[in-house]
Design a protein around this ligand. Structure first.
Ligand SMILES: [Mn+2]
Length: 436
């Protein structure tokens, strides 16, 4: 199938021509600097070029808080326009070639045609996200008091059926993973039996698991609170790994950076889940207070680096065999863009993710392991900090340029006047509440 990318290749080439000489100079300086520490910049750059992260279809539109959403002129109104915007992100940034869909939000009548449409834009599909945390028009049974863990058998069956429908859609789109996040939980002490609600969840989740094709995985996404404020059924990585272990080998845990209590050591959770072969995927975003869904790396870039330090450790030294299943996590951005152009936010976030990944590859692992074994605390800490302090921007820009993307993606995006042009073509998005 012939590809037709949304932005003009000439525009990107012209913008890059203005920046290329400066970039060559900065990259050469960085290479010499890294070489003095025994690090080959080109080898790290090749790693970065192979690294990819999926973008969420829902992230292409303006998000909102629980209070309001402020629409943007020219924002996408359906999955087709969202794919177009995701193609812009990938054309400029060259590290986000897959889109993660969400049903029923992205429902269409012909999924084979949608897959071809995505392919023509240079995109594929990542994990399917099911939705049993809100009711849909005409739905027979409400999820107001739970879905997979509902006390009502008919409601549980409906939630199971929706997840199985998501698998069927995913097969047509070429996806190989189902991400299950439920809003199930309680707002009052005593509202539900804390043990029995988990029993019901496990029984229903097992029916979904039984419908998984052989090469698929099911990923359980835990979240501490919201929409339930007293208890959540899959509240933390402990509940998640227990459920995943009970369901079977194809069931893994998915870590969303914003779904933990404040100050929780998420990098340690990454190491733990990998130790037991249960790290299935990661949702990137950032937060100051709770599940803020802010742009990745905007609040705490150091935490992002420490998470990637564990991910790269696992990538280089994967645990296989009885307690492990190798290392092949599904990486996705999961953010709500309330006050920015979503395309710019995802370009910026992808750069932050690539940067943390590159920095984790700058860590002198041999020196780190030796310092750890010798209990040389300061040397171990400094080994990490030296990698974190490096400015890898020229390396990321060089990787992007070599893949055909833009040296300066956001400036080039603005020069394309994409959003202004779309504001003339697309229908207006109404006011209303934000996404949940
Ligand atoms: Mn998430």
């Amino acid at each position: 199938m012939s590809q037709s990318l949304p932005l003009s290749e000439e525009l990107i080439a012209e913008a890059n021509a203005r920046e290329a000489a400066g970039l060559e100079e900065d990259y050469a300086a960085l290479s010499r600097r890294l070489a003095r520490r025994g690090v080959d910049a080109d080898a790290v750059k090749e790693r970065v070029k192979r690294f990819t992260v999926a973008v969420p279809s829902w992230g292409a539109g303006r998000g909102g808080t629980r209070f309001a959403k402020f629409p943007l002129a020219g924002e996408p109104t359906d999955i087709h326009e969202k794919l177009e915007d995701c193609a812009v992100i990938n054309q400029l940034g060259r590290s986000t070639p897959r889109v993660s869909t969400h049903f029923p939000w992205d429902k269409v009548s012909d999924y084979g045609a949608l897959r071809e449409e995505a392919e023509s834009l240079g995109l594929g599909f990542d994990a399917i996200n099911s939705n049993t945390f809100q009711d849909q028009p005409g739905q027979a049974h409400t999820y107001a008091t739970g879905s997979l863990s509902s006390t009502d058998a008919k409601t549980r069956a409906q939630a199971v059926e929706h997840n199985i429908e998501c698998i069927e859609i995913g097969r047509k789109l070429g996806s190989t993973a189902l991400t299950v996040w439920v809003g199930d939980g309680t707002n009052f002490p005593g509202q539900q039996d804390l043990a029995r609600s988990l029993d019901r969840y496990l029984d229903a989740a097992a029916e979904v698991y039984a419908a998984l094709p052989g090469d698929w995985r099911m990923m359980l996404e835990h979240k501490l609170f919201e929409p339930a404020f007293y208890s959540s059924v899959i509240s933390d990585w402990g509940s998640s790994i227990l459920a995943a272990q009970e369901l079977g080998d194809k069931c893994k845990c998915l870590v969303d950076l914003g779904h933990h209590a404040p100050n929780v050591n998420i990098e340690q959770i990454v190491a733990r889940l990998h130790r037991f072969g249960k790290l299935g995927g990661f949702h990137f975003n950032d937060s100051k207070y709770g599940d803020d869904d802010l742009d990745t790396g905007s609040i705490n870039p150091h935490q992002l680096f420490l998470v990637f330090n564990e991910l790269v450790e696992a990538e280089l030294n994967p645990r296989v065999g009885k307690d492990g299943g190798g290392f092949d996590p599904a990486y996705m951005i999961d953010q709500s863009h309330n006050v920015t152009d979503p395309i710019e936010s995802m370009l910026s976030s992808a750069e932050a993710i690539n940067g943390a990944y590159a920095k984790a590859y700058l860590v002198d692992r041999e020196a780190l392991h030796m310092a750890q074994e010798a209990n040389d605390v300061m040397l171990a800490f400094r080994t990490l900090r030296i990698a974190y302090d490096a400015d890898v921007a020229p390396l990321l820009a060089m990787a992007r340029m070599e893949l055909g993307g833009a040296i300066d993606p956001i400036t080039t995006y603005r020069e394309s006047r994409w959003r202004e042009r779309k504001a003339q073509e697309r229908k207006e998005v109404g006011l209303g509440a934000g996404i949940v």
